[in-house]
Design a binder for this molecule. Structure first.
Ligand code: 5GP
Length: 114
């Protein structure tokens, strides 16, 4: 069996995390190194390595991540807006090879990103 990803280990309770949401398809927890007052990772339970590895059958899971991000943004009080990001691969500076949607808010964002 393939070795568990870091985020699978968090989902399985093997590594502690500040969990803000859990359901049958995903788990959401606060980033250990936040880049905004609110920085939450929304992670599918399925260990899809990256955006590049998505299959057509993952359509519902990805849609679910965004709907959860929307609901979490609401419960975090991000009424002024927020940003969602999927980093992908080397140029995208992805560091954990388990798909995750960053939800960042609570401060003014800049554009373009670095
Ligand atoms: P990436 O760079 O792959 O887009 O995002 C990975 C994110 O996971 C980073 O923002 C990093 O701070 C976060 N991270 C890495 N290890 C841990 C951990 O053990 N716990 C939590 N909560 N976040 C982590």
């Amino acid at each position: 069996m393939a070795e568990k990803t870091l985020f699978q280990r968090i989902a399985d309770g093997e590594i502690p995390a500040d969990i803000v949401h859990e359901d049958e398809l995903c788990i959401a927890f606060r980033d250990i190194n936040p880049h905004a007052p609110t920085h939450i990772l929304v992670v599918p339970r399925k260990p899809i390595p990256s955006l590049d590895d998505l299959e057509d059958a993952d359509r519902d899971v990805v849609g679910h991540l965004f709907l959860c991000a929307r609901d979490i943004a609401k419960s975090e009080g991000l009424s002024e807006g927020y940003r969602t990001v999927f980093n992908c691969g080397k140029h995208g500076q992805q560091t954990v090879n388990h798909l995750h949607l960053h939800l960042l808010g609570g401060r003014q964002m800049q554009w373009p990103p670095g």
